[in-house]
Design a protein around this ligand. Structure first.
Ligand code: SAM
Ligand code: SF4
Length: 353
């Protein structure tokens, strides 16, 4: 196994086994990676229109009958946690706060044994009203997506004038104890480097943990261009002009963010170099879309239809076997930097980021 520039193992050099996968034990792939982190998308709908994610007019949403019902979600969560060894469940979307199943799914997950850690990735709109109920349902933490603290930049990036709602949502999450509150940012090509500096100051002032993510080719319009997105090296150079950054030496494990201690610590900022320094070799994720498809990778071209199995009366053994087979076929990496790379048909909002 080789190691990438950011110190994360790469699996590209490892030969792929063709033997069938194990029928019990951890959820493994042919490269020996173990999936313990489940991302569950609850809806593909959203109330923002971030330029790097969705077109202004929105998308053709999944038909309601295609979405997993709460009882179906509960069943899949039970298989994932009690049979496949999932220890962390993150609810996402689309915008998960738009799903009526969010509190029920959190409660179902946290009633399982062993109890998984639960988190939500949200744009924060409506979080101010829901934070206490989410905590009561069993939610442990939130990641709130916020790319800028400048109201004009926010309105241009998200095509909605809702910065104040997001800031209220962040404050409510912290007050409800959904901590540590993390802020996820994708930088705008025009204003992103200035936005990053202001965001970090804002997060330091409020005790939120900022993580800046390189933009990936997952937009619905397939407009992503490498030369128009801001890579980790440029992010770090911009931050270093205003802050003293020292690499955090705590073991990183499968966490995608390289952490930097800011101005002597203890506060940190994370930079997620998904494109420029891919960390696929340490990936521990499996994904479930809102319409019940397992994806082994954000960039998969293949999906496994668990909803169909559920609705045809399959037992838990059959569902477990299908999920294991899907993960056994997980590709080595996202391949964004390969010459023949093709962007997946499903956009990020319909996969679950
Ligand atoms: N709506 C919720 C939100 O924005 O947090 C959850 C879904 S959103 C798809 C999850 C995360 O994916 C957000 O942090 C968003 O910034 C990120 N994201 C969306 N499109 C992206 C892209 N093309 N590249 C990198 N990250 C992206
Ligand atoms: Fe909605 Fe999240 Fe996509 Fe923005 S990134 S459009 S908030 S799903």
């Amino acid at each position: 196994m080789t190691v990438t520039a950011l110190g994360v193992p790469s699996v590209r050099s490892v030969a792929r086994s063709v033997a069938p996968g194990p029928s019990s034990g951890p959820l493994v792939d042919t490269f020996g990676r173990v999936a313990t982190d489940l991302r569950v998308s609850l809806t593909d709908r959203c109330n923002l229109r971030c330029t790097y994610c969705m077109p202004a007019e929105g998308l053709d949403w999944l038909p309601g009958d295609d979405l997993l019902r709460l009882d179906e979600l509960e069943r899949l969560l039970t298989v994932a946690v009690t049979r496949l060894g999932i220890t962390d469940v993150r609810f996402t979307g689309g915008e998960p706060l738009l799903s009526r199943n969010l509190e029920g799914a959190i409660a179902a997950a946290t009633a399982l044994h062993p109890r998984p850690q639960t988190a939500v990735t949200t744009n924060g709109i409506g979080l101010a009203r829901r934070a206490v109920a989410l905590k009561a349902a069993g939610l442990d933490r939130v990641n709130v997506s916020l790319d800028t603290v400048d109201a004009d930049h926010f309105a241009r990036i998200t095509r909605r004038d809702r910065l104040a709602d997001v800031l209220d949502g962040l404050a409510a999450a912290a007050a409800a104890g959904l901590t540590p509150v993390k802020v996820n940012a994708v930088l705008d090509p025009e204003t992103g480097l200035d936005d990053a500096v202001a965001l970090l100051r804002f997060c330091l002032d409020h005790g939120y943990q900022l993580r800046i993510i390189e933009q990936m080719p997952l937009d619905a319009g397939h407009q992503w261009r490498r030369d128009q997105s801001i890579d980790a090296d440029r992010i770090l150079s911009a931050l270093r002009r205003s802050f003293d950054l020292v690499p955090d030496t705590a073991p990183r494990g499968s966490a995608p963010a390289q952490l930097w201690r800011v101005d002597g610590g203890p506060a940190t900022v994370g930079v997620i170099a998904s494109v420029s320094h891919a960390f696929c070799g340490a990936c521990d994720r499996t994904r479930l879309t809102a319409d019940g498809q397992v994806r082994s990778c954000l960039f998969s071209s293949e999906e496994t239809d668990l909803r169909r199995l559920l609705r045809r009366g399959a037992d838990d053994d059959a569902i477990e076997a299908a999920w294991r087979a899907a993960m056994w076929a997980k590709p080595a990496g996202h391949g964004i930097n390969d010459p023949g790379f093709e962007q997946p048909v499903r956009p990020m909002s319909a996969i679950g980021g």
